[in-house]
Design a protein. Sequence first.
Length: 216
Amino acid sequence: MADLVFDCLDAAPERYGVVPSLNLRLRISEVTGERIEAIALRCQIRVEPHRRRYSPQEAELLRDLFGDTARWADTVKPMQFTTVTAMVPGFTGATTLELPVPVTYDLEIASTKYFNSVSDGVIPLLLLFSGTVFSMREGRMSVQQVPWSKETSYGLPVKVWRETVDLHFPGSAWLRLDRETLNALQRYKSRHALPTWSGTVAALLEAAEQTEGSAK
């Protein structure tokens, strides 16, 4: 029976993709010497935030996700990032594979909130593998499942994620608003002759800070 070992070697932005995505470079080793004809591979990727430390500034930004730091022992749990699939060509011994992973800048998604809140270091990922392995035995096709126990950890550099997003959204971020809020924001923008949406939000923040200052 084929026995596979998975390792994630590194990651890099996909510079020519239609949507933001990065490539995880996997090494897949077959340790019994059996020839692999193909693998229909499925990879579930999770974020494991408990596996790193955070600065006070990062902890403040992560409050939306995990609450106050006093509660983190109970609230900091693994979260789903994405699930991707790939076809692995035949090999003997070991092979490497570029695994494309699409990313989003939608800050309504928990994993994106997390990525956007950490400023440096790495994002701890857990890659969980499943799928179907095709091999030849005694001239006959053999089919087996990738065991659910197959997994590997990888620390995705924060700078790789930021570079991936910046290739498509340089120096900007996206927020999703309901239509009523957007209409109210547009009325405020028009009423005050503000040229950009960024300037509109900045003006509202400045007004809120002035109100808070007056109340103290």
